[in-house]
Write a protein of this length. Structure first.
Length: 82
């Protein structure tokens, strides 16, 4: 009887150790996921900033294009009048 109790206690100890290992692995995995999510959030923020810069550059290019078109129009009008 004592032998079977000792064996059962030993099995419970082994099962407990396995649970501890699994919890530790899950914790490590959760940490890795957290790091990855933070990386994705940072990349998304950088992408948003880059998109804002592209929008600003495109707006400036549009403004300059309109100015150039007006200048070309005035130049051509002057050439026609001459």
């Amino acid at each position: 009887m004592a032998t079977s109790i000792a064996a059962a206690v030993e099995e419970q100890g082994a099962a407990t150790q396995e649970i501890v290992r699994n919890v530790s692995q899950a914790s490590t995995g959760t940490g890795a996921v957290t790091v990855n999510i933070a990386g994705v959030a940072g990349a998304a923020e950088e992408t948003g900033a880059a998109a804002s810069q592209v929008l600003a550059a495109a707006s400036e290019l549009s403004r300059q294009s309109e100015h150039l078109a007006a200048e070309v129009g005035r130049f051509l009008a002057g050439v026609r009048a001459a």
